[in-house]
Write a protein that binds this ligand. Structure first.
Ligand code: ADP
Ligand code: G6P
Length: 498
């Protein structure tokens, strides 16, 4: 039995997130089909929902005209965990396109995303966007309540359902769900997990409606963050904004006559799945050069510009790497309707062009830049066959790419991981080379050190990194979350009940 089989929720589970694990698209024949969506949340949560046979409430990435249009099943060739999510387990949320634009592109991605990543200068504050956020959250809450009412009438009615809300898009939903469920005498447990950092109080309070955010989240029984620092920031904000009584040692917040638990629950990846992919994936890099690899959504928090500048500095200061090393940067298009993302795309195109123009020789280009999604197989092959994994966010809740890189390092000698201390991953992956992406010279030196690291040191570091991620994988994260919610049962319990 693999560890993934041991994960089960003692009641029914309803996962609520802005994004479903796929976006719906119309194919040439005009039929709807699923296309996998990228991002840490989906990667982590999809296997959980499939394993627990849970429901997933979310937005299908398209404004469906016909509310009754059935969601298609997954493509038979789909090898992602999402493939196991049957259409009858999906509740697709419909929101007026204009409201959705103000909610998603406005409040979520032009306000909360930069603010929570401690980049307030990039944040815009807009009352209309905030009102759209409230409306959208109400819609998600309503859809969740409808699903909850249906569950009440099924054979599992004896178990207390767990509603697990995800991320910064839905920080208000919990309170409304709790109130409505109480009014209708439906029991449920409410949990929340934030996949991005929670900022310190002096940044959080810049948001004009910050009290409402905290009150919304405190509708939950338990709130999870990646690391202890984010938990402490949250507890601090509850105390300073709302005047709640808090226990910083045990991470408890008193609110509305209840005690809300706060927990650091660092997310992991489906480690064994990546190992298997790496074992099977055909080689795609036909090169004699060493590859330095970057894989990210095209997002300003990921430190992509600094990364290119550090690579340029490396070629300047250590010319021996010319023609021997290439940077392969894969950037998935993301949030392309938001101005900051459009500007970053321009900046990257120019920078790649400038650096390549400066150094390219007849036999070699220093940077290979792919603006697009790659398949899971190719991704695993890139991870496996790269000498250096370069993960340099300016700020990042956790960063799964760092973990996926490590899982795929099955060759001997393995590659080297470089990670920023400003990612949650930098807090836990101690044997990586830690590098501050703001300091370009230091970052260039870290890359040089990685490229010239002796084999025995590479092996030692990678062994430790892999061991930790193998144990603390995504199933471990799910189990920890369910256990903290009092909703975990083991496979043995499950068999006995069954
Ligand atoms: P974020 O959640 O901010 O996007 P993470 O590093 O935590 O950052 O998660 C990114 C996820 O998206 C990873 O699981 C990664 O494999 C996936 N991903 C990133 N870039 C690509 C790409 N070009 N093609 C396919 N998947 C990608
Ligand atoms: C991060 C966020 C997720 C989000 C993902 C992709 O991982 O934490 O909530 O889904 O980025 O971004 P998108 O805006 O495309 O959903």
């Amino acid at each position: 039995t693999s560890r993934s089989d041991v994960v089960a929720s003692s009641g029914s589970m309803i996962v609520v997130s802005n994004r479903l694990p796929f976006v719906l698209e119309k194919n040439k024949e005009g039929n709807l089909c699923r296309k996998a969506s990228a991002g840490g949340l989906v990667t982590a949560v999809a296997p959980v929902v499939v394993n627990c046979k849970g429901l997933w409430v979310g937005w299908p990435g398209i404004h469906l005209e016909d509310p009754n249009q059935p969601i298609p099943e997954s493509d038979p060739n789909d090898i992602t965990p999402t493939a196991g999510l049957k259409s009858d387990k999906v509740v697709s949320v419909r929101i007026d396109p204009q409201i959705f634009d103000s909610y998603y592109n406005g409040c979520c991605n032009a306000t909360f995303w930069p603010l929570f990543h401690s980049m307030p200068d990039r944040a815009t504050f807009n009352g209309e966007h905030w009102r759209a956020y409230i409306t959208a959250n109400k819609e998600f809450a309503n859809c969740t309540l409808t699903a909850l009412r249906k569950l009440k009438n099924t054979e599992n009615a004896g178990d207390v359902p767990l509603i697990w809300i995800h991320d910064y898009h839905l920080m208000l939903a919990a309170n409304w769900i709790r109130q409505a469920a109480e009014d209708e005498n439906i029991s449920c447990k409410l949990g929340f997990f934030l996949h991005i950092p929670f900022p310190p109080w002096d940044i959080f309070r810049l948001f004009p409606w910050s009290d409402e955010i905290l009150q919304g989240m405190l509708g939950c029984d338990m709130i999870g963050f990646h690391i202890t620092d984010y938990c402490l920031n949250f507890v601090d904000c509850c105390q300073r904004n709302l005047g709640c009584r808090v226990d910083r040692k045990n991470l408890l917040v008193e609110h509305g006559g209840r005690t809300v638990r706060v927990r650091p629950l660092p997310i992991g990846i489906p480690f064994e799945r990546f190992v298997e992919l790496a074992e099977k994936a055909p080689k795609v890099l036909s090169t004699t050069q060493k590859i330095i690899l970057g894989v990210d959504r095209l997002d300003y928090t990921k430190g992509l510009v600094n990364r290119l500048l550090a690579f340029e500095k490396l070629l300047e200061k250590h010319p021996e790497h010319k023609e021997n090393v290439s940077l392969l940067q894969i950037a998935v298009p993301s949030r392309t309707d938001v101005k900051e993302y459009q500007e970053l795309k321009e900046e990257m195109d120019q920078l790649v062009g400038r650096i390549n123009g400066r150094f390219t020789t007849p036999n070699w280009s220093p940077i290979r830049y792919i603006y697009g999604c790659v398949s899971q197989n190719d991704l695993a092959a890139f991870y496996r066959d790269s000498a250096v994994g370069l993960v340099t966010p300016l700020r990042d809740g956790m960063n799964l790419v760092a973990k996926e890189f490590v899982a795929c390092q099955i060759n001997t000698p393995p590659g080297v991981l470089i990670v920023s201390p400003f990612a949650g991953a930098g807090e836990t992956m101690h044997e990586a080379l830690i590098c501050n992406p703001y300091e370009i010279d230091g970052a260039a030196e870290a890359i040089h050190r990685a490229l010239t690291m002796p084999d025995d040191e590479r092996i030692l570091r990678m062994n430790y990194l892999r061991r930790r991620e193998k144990i603390n994988d995504v199933n471990y994260w799910t189990r920890s979350f369910l256990a903290a919610m009092g909703s975990l049962i083991t496979q043995e319990d499950h068999d006995e009940i069954g």
